[in-house]
Design a protein around this ligand. Structure first.
Ligand SMILES: CC(C)(COP(=O)(O)OP(=O)(O)OC[C@H]1O[C@@H](n2cnc3c(N)ncnc32)[C@H](O)[C@@H]1OP(=O)(O)O)[C@@H](O)C(=O)NCCC(=O)NCCS
Length: 154
């Protein structure tokens, strides 16, 4: 697929596209750790939102993330994944910034996430700051990061 020929799409829970997203998440976020997505990973996803960059022609997913509403205008980005052969071409940035704009127009003020240490620099470039200590999740170090969207509208 041409990684740059993609568009943003919101995926509906429990559809074929949602299943394709699970395959990408498994491939990018779990298999390299010797794991697979489990029940805990998928808990509550029927109430979450799912966004992806999908190929314009077919339905190949290049990147995806999930969003959980934590209340009080705060949202959590989780399960961010870019297909290995599409990395470092700006897709991660495009997806995060596009989803932030959608959430901002729906009233979001704060976005939080648990970043893998290996992805901290990526999120820093997107305007996120570290706001906690390092902790373990799925067997690898993570750190909490957040971004205040105040001033981003317009
Ligand atoms: C981390 C990830 C989402 C980044 O996506 P991407 O599409 O490759 O990132 P982009 O091309 O949009 O990069 C945007 C900027 O961040 C930088 N960047 C991207 N990944 C980086 C990394 N791991 N470390 C340092 N900088 C990184 C890019 O160089 C670019 O910088 P620039 O603007 O100065 O050129 C992707 O590499 C990925 O899916 N990794 C495996 C899964 C993962 O770690 N997910 C996050 C879990 S918290």
């Amino acid at each position: 697929m041409n990684c740059l020929d993609v568009k943003l799409k919101e995926l509906v829970f429990a559809t074929a596209e949602y299943e394709s997203m699970l395959l990408l998440r498994n491939e990018v976020l779990r298999i390299p750790l010797g794991r697979v997505l489990d029940e805990k990973d998928l808990e509550g996803e029927q109430w979450q939102r799912h966004f992806a960059l999908v190929s314009v022609r077919g339905d190949t997913l290049a990147a995806c993330l999930c969003v959980r509403d934590l209340g009080e205008n705060t949202y959590k980005i989780r399960q961010m994944a870019v297909s290995e052969n599409c990395r470092k071409r700006g897709l991660g940035r495009r997806l995060v910034l596009a989803v932030e704009q959608i959430l901002l127009h729906e009233g979001a003020q704060i976005i939080v996430l648990n970043a893998r240490i290996t992805a901290v620099e990526f999120y820093r470039k997107m305007g996120y700051s570290i706001c906690g200590k390092t902790f373990d999740e799925v067997g690898i170090p993570h750190v909490k990061m957040q971004k205040n969207l105040a001033g981003e509208k317009g």
